[in-house]
Ligand binder design. Structure first.
Ligand code: GYE
Length: 353
């Protein structure tokens, strides 16, 4: 049985709660913003002395400032992720400083440095690529500003440079995509030619989704990746690269796209070439945004591995916990499901993003 969105969020929240329970935190996981903002807003100040000591010792009285350096606006997933962060910050009563790096690491580094100068309370970001963060993370650490990674990981050896990493297990997502294919073609006699549209070069989801998929499909030597190239997680690039794949290869049986947007772009290219997506070319993608689900329910995408973009509530809880000096787990994994075309059709009316 697959996991539904609600089950996923509840499960993820309970994992977080399990870890925080030891530190005496209470309340329900999903309503974290309300719990925390209530008490701090009404700190009584009966005498001048009391007021003074309160303001000196209780930074909780001050509005929390969170600097968030987003990757960009490259996909439906990203848009849903941004909305989730903005809405949850508002609900938590935080002052959110938000920047869009347009998929460029240098822009993200600039934004983080600005947040350091502005002395925000916490910096959170979704690292566009895995490498090259040590210097700026060290700057944040030296300034005493805690950093939380969301969505994508960094490959820094020094894990003291950040508090936690909240996000999906991308290797597992790649494995799930591969496993579906292994099962589908278990009796295949000849070669099954696969083309792969990779996410942004050097990003954690591109690296890991490629690795997890490769690991699983190698159990069947008939499954062959004949071409693999980046489509940068965008629809336009997905279309362009698929066009090139179709030109260069006579027989393509399967497309594995690291996200829905690239699959949707590729579908346009496949249709323009007079082929039927989902039939002439079997399509697997990752994310599970509404447009992806729509294509799946029309039979154009055969299998979707879900990746949850709604990380806002977990992030705000982590910000609160870090500022309260609570121990938080170094890794918070979101829980996700998988959907065939049939299942996508049933789930489509419930999709929020
Ligand atoms: O799959 C893709 C987006 O980092 C999980 O980034 C995220 C990925 C997501 O552009 O659509």
């Amino acid at each position: 049985m697959k996991l539904t969105r609600k089950m996923g969020i509840v499960l993820a929240a309970s994992v977080l709660l399990l870890f925080t329970a030891a530190c005496g935190s209470g309340g329900s996981g999903s309503g974290s913003g309300n719990n925390t903002s209530g008490g701090s807003a009404e700190a009584p100040a009966n005498s001048a002395a009391e007021a003074k000591s309160e303001s000196a010792e209780a930074p909780a009285d001050k509005k929390v400032t969170l600097g968030f350096a987003q990757v960009g606006a490259e996909s439906g997933w990203r848009t849903a992720n941004t909305t989730s962060i903005q809405d949850s910050a508002k609900e938590a009563g935080f002052d959110l400083k938000f920047s869009d790096a347009q998929q460029k690491q240098e822009n993200q580094i600039k934004a983080i440095r600005t947040y350091i100068q502005q002395k925000v309370d916490v910096i959170a970001f979704s690292p566009v690529v895995e490498s090259g963060w040590d210097t700026v993370l060290k700057e944040a650490k030296d300034a005493g500003i805690p950093v939380i990674l969301t969505d994508r990981a960094v490959d820094s050896k020094d894990t003291s440079l950040y508090e936690t990493f909240i996000g999906s297990d991308f290797v597992e997502e790649g494995r799930r995509a591969g496993q579906w294919l292994v099962d589908k073609y278990k009796d295949a006699a000849g070669d099954v030619n696969i083309v792969e549209l990779q996410g942004t070069t050097g990003s954690a989801p591109a690296n890991d989704r490629k690795a997890g998929f490769a690991e699983v499909i190698k159990s069947n030597p008939n499954l062959k990746v004949i071409a693999s190239q980046t489509g940068d997680f965008t629809r336009a690039k997905g279309k362009e690269v698929m066009q090139a794949f179709l030109k260069a290869n006579k027989k393509i049986d399967v497309l594995y796209a690291h996200n829905d947007d690239m699959a949707l772009g590729a579908i346009q290219a496949i249709e323009a070439a007079g082929l039927k997506p989902g039939e002439d070319i079997v399509i697997i993608s990752i994310d599970g945004v509404k447009d992806g689900f729509t294509a799946a329910s029309e039979g154009k995408i055969n299998f979707i591995v879900e990746c949850n973009p709604l990380l806002g509530p977990q992030l705000m809880q982590a910000v609160r916990d870090v500022l309260d000096g609570k121990e938080i787990p170094k890794r918070i994994v979101t829980v996700e499901g998988v959907f065939t075309s049939e299942e996508a059709k049933k789930e489509l009316p419930n999709r929020k993003y």
